[in-house]
Design a protein around this ligand. Structure first.
Ligand SMILES: [Zn+2]
Length: 844
């Protein structure tokens, strides 16, 4: 608690009732509840003046009007700025005196009347969430950063209408949530007036302004536009139509599924260079990372899929999250699960030949398991006492496990009943807020299963059940009893595979006797997760394990090959299979694998095995053969996307001097690979990988690349990352130290790329010294960085390490901080899990 005027202090101190506001830093659940109960229908009239000079402050004015139902407590606005940044407050037209705490402005209750009120303020905005660059800026307020830019009620259940005016340099352009209504040009400045928005939460309010070019198109009678800064005209031309088509198809699909027309007035998006996330769903002004939408020449199928999935995801948010919003951020997973779940359905028609079950498996399970098998696993729905911790809720469990669980729910409920429930939920809560129990209440009426119990085990508990098969057979090789055991018990439908025969079962007890199996011949292998729809650690019996390890490439069904691979991967991590044996299987499987989704997964894991789980001697010994194997696959693959996938792996694993020379010739253009084109960013990555491997020539390679680069945004990024590759440890040390200044962490994707190279396995012996200071910085990155940054910071820091020494650094840090914030501690344990396992496996 912070200093208060005596009159307020008496009212606020010592009150612990749920509906009493507090002025703790951030927005507490209590404050939010109190405001929700006393404030209705907020409207913001906002004006921002954006200077051309990045160093000059952004100034603003706001008039906030709302209905007030009275009370004895002050009105509390959220504004995370010193009081010196606020001027001229008036309440209902009269000048007013406010009290300030760290994150709040308090206005005495006596100034307000029941019914309509308004508060006007002039202020200087903080830059934290304005993402200011030399030629452009954009707001990113999710989850609680609107209050760094302007005074507001920064909580999701006080949805408001926003009327925005922007004053910008005349050479700039801008989009916002509302349609542009007026434009006035005056002395090199332009004043843009935007239409008032529908009711949206503060985290969705947004604008983008700067030197952008605008592309317009019409699809199905709707005008759409996007802003971009791409300088490569071919790259733009190649992608433009596809971007509009993907959005239009997603919109049409969602309108049909939900029965509700697109809920907002207009549809624009912006391609932002080095945007922190892949996308953010601001209604009328979606922001995307430019590189995620403008694909390079010969993209892999995986990149195409990701792009289609990303566009579908952000578009689905218009209904799920934007039209109906969670009450509080503890339910942020709901908007994400629906966006991902719908996206998976939407991308179907774009890829008619795609194996969608396999796609769902590969897109969700490995990433969800990577968290859920660790000691840091978190449940889907998590408590959130204060908005300032909201960023820590995001992660693989929300994005990957929740859609798996939702699909299970759809299967248990039935597709039609599920869809009807979703429609009822959307129409009942349109332009309002709803919680998970609200949806459970609606769906519960449509199903015979106990949805509340189901939610308690799957949504509110962390981790995955362990499922194993127990078999008794007779002398003739026939099954006498077959038991499926699950611990802990979670209701789930499974398909038990016995060689070629599938038996559907529903697990709902610690032990299930599969009667249909009695008398059947014992098959070559059992796979409890036959169709890949179950969720858990499926423990293989020794003979199934060795059968699959031997014969996986010969399994006919690509889905089955994928499921088997993921199951064996779990076995490797548990120490049941030596990494070398799985590495060998990956090579054998990749020789014949034609299903690109499997190729991507095998290559990804091959890379991890190579850098993290093979001993240094094995890695060095395998390198030349692996390189020639990959070169052979590049040459022999017919599809450009497959060539590209194999090439990326080659680029990442190459170690032999012959291989590096080849890479260098590709980079400088003296060697080409038929079927693969190399863009400016491809060449930049090549230069970094080469410089890492050829310390003597690093400087020349990096300088040559820098001089070649035309796109100013990419060039700045390259310059930023380069010192992290330096052969000189002192230069890298200085670079790492520079990251302690939050201003140098502003461009998060740049930082993450640099940190990734800093901790490259080839440099692990040098970089171990930066692990501890990186952990020490973690808490601060939660304050200064965007929501995904702390986890990604950890990922980039630990990925290149595998021995006992770095594992010990992490353990010591955790021991020395017994009171460390729980969610962040969870993130450390999630990221360090593979390091711990690798250190353990390599020691034995
Ligand atoms: Zn999302």
């Amino acid at each position: 608690m912070i200093r208060l005027l005596p009159v307020f202090s008496a009212l606020l101190m010592g009150c612990h009732m749920a509906s009493v506001p507090d002025t703790d830093p951030g927005v507490s659940r209590n404050l939010a509840r109190y405001r929700q109960g006393t404030v209705t229908g907020p409207r913001y009239q906002l004006r921002f003046s954006l200077p051309e000079e990045r160093s000059h402050p952004v100034r603003g004015e706001v008039t906030l009007s709302f209905e007030w139902s009275g009370g004895d407590h002050p009105l509390i606005l959220d504004f995370d700025r010193p009081r010196s940044r606020v001027a001229a407050i008036s309440v209902n037209g009269e000048e007013a005196v406010a009290e300030y705490t760290e994150d709040h402005i308090l206005l005495p209750p006596g100034l307000f009347r029941r019914g309509k009120n308004s508060v006007s303020l002039a202020f200087e905005a903080g830059d934290d969430a304005l993402n200011r660059n030399d030629e452009f800026m954009y707001t990113l307020f999710v989850p609680d950063r609107a209050s760094t830019a302007f005074p507001c009620f920064d909580q999701p259940d006080l949805k408001a209408r926003f009327r925005l005016t922007l004053e910008i340099p005349s050479s700039w352009t801008a989009i916002a949530n509302g349609e542009l209504r007026t434009e006035i040009n005056w002395k090199k400045r332009t004043i843009l007036g935007f239409e008032e928005t529908a009711a949206i939460p503060t985290y969705l309010f947004s604008f983008v302004a700067g030197k952008f070019r605008v592309v317009t198109a019409e699809r199905a009678g709707r005008r759409m536009r996007f802003l971009h800064r791409e300088t490569d005209q071919f790259r733009l031309d190649r992608n433009r139509d596809r971007l509009f088509d993907l959005h239009a198809t997603a919109l049409a699909w969602l309108e049909a599924y939900t029965g509700i027309p697109y809920p907002f007035a207009k549809f624009d998006f912006a391609l932002v260079p080095s945007f922190q996330y892949n996308g953010m769903e601001h209604p009328g002004a979606i922001l995307y990372r430019a590189d995620s939408l403008l694909l390079e020449d010969s993209p892999t199928q995986d990149q195409e899929l990701r792009r289609a999935g990303l566009i579908a995801h952000e578009t689905a948010h218009m209904w799920f999250g934007n039209l109906v919003t969670m009450e509080w951020f503890d339910d942020v997973w709901m908007k994400e699960v629906f966006a991902n779940f719908m996206a998976a359905k939407i991308v179907h028609p774009f890829f008619p030949k795609l194996n969608h079950d396999l796609r769902f498996l590969m897109a969700h399970y490995p990433v969800a398991y990577d968290v859920d098998r660790t000691a840091g696993a978190n449940p889907i729905r998590q408590d959130l006492p204060n908005m300032k911790e909201a960023g820590s809720l995001y992660g693989a469990i929300i994005y990957k496990k929740a859609p798996i669980v939702m699909r299970m729910l759809e299967e248990l409920t039935g597709e039609a009943a599920f869809r009807k429930g979703v429609r009822d939920y959307l129409s009942e809560y349109s332009f309002r807020n709803a919680s998970w129990p609200d949806l459970v209440g609606i769906l519960d009426r449509k199903t015979s299963i106990d949805l509340r119990e189901w939610s308690r085990t799957w949504v509110e508990k962390a981790g995955r059940p362990e499922i194993r098969v127990d078999l008794v057979q007779d002398n003739e090789g026939k099954i006498v009893t077959l038991l499926l055991r699950q611990d802990p018990v979670r209701k789930q439908p499974l398909s038990l595979l016995l060689g070629k025969k599938t038996l559907p079962v529903t697990l709902d007890d610690p032990e299930l006797a599969v009667r249909e199996a009695k008398g059947l011949p014992v098959p070559d292998f059992f796979l409890p997760n036959g169709r890949g729809r179950g969720y858990g650690r499926f423990v293989l019996d020794p003979s199934s394990r060795s059968h699959l390890l031997q014969h996986l490439p010969k399994l006919e069904d690509p889905l089955l090959r994928g499921i088997s691979w993921l199951t064996l991967w779990d076995d490797m991590l548990e120490g049941e299979i030596p990494p070398g044996a799985l590495f060998d299987l990956a090579i054998r499987a990749l020789k014949f694998e034609e299903e690109e989704l499997n190729v991507s997964r095998f290559l990804h894991d091959l890379n991890t095995l190579y850098w993290r789980f093979l001993s240094v001697e094995d890695r060095t010994r395998f390198a030349p053969n692996l390189e020639s194997f990959l070169l052979d696959r590049i040459a022999k693959s017919e599809k450009a996307s497959l060539k590209s996938a194999f090439f990326r792996t080659f680029r990442s694993v190459v170690l032999s001097s012959e291989g590096v020379t080849k890479l260098r010739r590709i980079w400088n253009g003296t060697k080409s690979i038929p079927g693969i084109g190399f863009s400016e960013s491809d060449r930049a990555t090549l230069a970094l990988e080469i410089a890492m491997r050829l310390p003597g020539e690093a400087e020349t390679v990096l300088m040559t690349q820098r001089e070649r680069m035309r796109n100013p945004d990419r060039k700045r990024r390259f310059e930023f990352v380069s010192p992290a590759i330096s052969p000189d440890v002192a230069t890298r040390e200085a670079f790492f130290k520079s990251l302690k200044n939050p201003a140098n962490r502003e461009h998060e994707p740049w930082v993450l790329e640099a940190v990734h190279y800093l901790h490259h396995p080839l440099r692990a012996a040098d970089s171990i010294r930066w692990i501890r200071p990186s952990l020490d910085l973690l808490l601060e990155t939660r304050e200064t960085g965007d929501i995904f940054f702390p986890k990604r910071w950890l990922d980039a820091t630990l990925w290149g390490h595998r021995s006992e020494a770095p594992a010990e650094v992490v353990r010591t840090f955790l021991e020395e901080h017994p009171d460390y914030p729980e969610k962040l501690r969870g993130k450390i344990l999630q990221t360090a899990d593979e390091l711990f396992r690798a250190a353990d496996i390599l020691q034995h």
